[in-house]
Write a protein that binds this ligand. Structure first.
Ligand SMILES: [Zn+2]
Length: 248
């Protein structure tokens, strides 16, 4: 089945790897912004966005993949003078902002997330929101509180890397929940249990494959696995929900 991987970091992947993903059905993907070091200047992040929006799109295209770049300040790489980055974002018309979110939920992280959500609301841009491995429940609730405070449109936010303990908090609040299939995040079977309990309507699937050893085929493997149990309804998780969320 054709798949849409809603969260990768294409910069970490070679063209042969992107090609292999396409061969396994991943014809479309969102490539999220992330810089693996603490940026020494806002321009570092701005140039990374420029690379994502031009070079990475072309490189994926060569591999047969339609790539949608998402730009945003990740909580683990907030540059000094981050407002300059936000002004740049305001001049772009990206498919989505991402990944933004919270890692340890310190006051600067909260300030940067809130400012990006306010901008996204004003620009009508969907947001891919990271939740951390550590203190996931507590920080997910914090993110939901911030979304509420900003009055952020429900259909424009995916709270990503959700697990079985937080999905109902996210979907009850009306947002999309992102399911990341990777060792240390969710297994195919955990995704199966989640959709068995909550249905297919409010979930987006992704691999978060990027700079490390993550499994390239996490999305296609999960879709194959779910198809053998649920049939055609899996299309929602495979690509239809992604199309709806991203409006592509
Ligand atoms: Zn990521």
């Amino acid at each position: 089945m054709e798949c849409f991987d809603t969260h990768i970091h294409s910069e970490g992947k070679g063209i042969h790897e992107l090609r292999a993903m396409v061969k396994r059905g991943v014809k479309r993907a969102v490539s999220c912004a992330f810089y693996p070091l603490a940026p020494s200047a806002p321009e570092t992040v701005i140039d990374m966005f420029r690379k994502l929006m031009s070079f990475e799109v072309k490189r994926a295209n060569k591999a047969g993949m339609k790539l949608y770049p998402a730009i945003g300040v990740h909580p683990r790489c907030i540059p000094p003078e981050y407002r300059k980055v936000l002004s740049f974002m305001e001049r772009c018309s990206p498919t989505a902002f991402g990944e933004i979110g919270l890692e340890s939920a310190g006051s600067l992280e909260i300030e940067v997330l809130t400012a990006q959500l306010e901008l996204a609301k004003k620009m009508d841009v969907p947001c891919i929101i990271h939740t951390p491995r550590k203190n996931k429940e507590e920080i997910t609730i914090k993110i939901l509180e911030i979304l509420e405070k900003v009055g952020f449109p429900e259909e424009l936010a995916v709270v990503d890397h959700a697990n079985g303990r937080v999905v109902s908090d996210i979907t009850d609040a009306g947002y999309w929940a992102g399911l990341t299939v990777q060792p240390g995040k969710l297994s195919k079977n955990e995704v199966k249990e989640i959709v068995e309990t909550y249905g297919f309507e409010r979930f987006l699937l992704n691999s978060d494959t990027g700079f490390s050893d993550e499994e390239l085929f996490a999305v296609s493997d999960t879709v194959d696995y779910l198809s053998s149990h649920f049939g055609k309804e899996v299309e929602k998780l495979a690509y239809r929900n992604a199309e709806k969320f991203l409006r592509v």
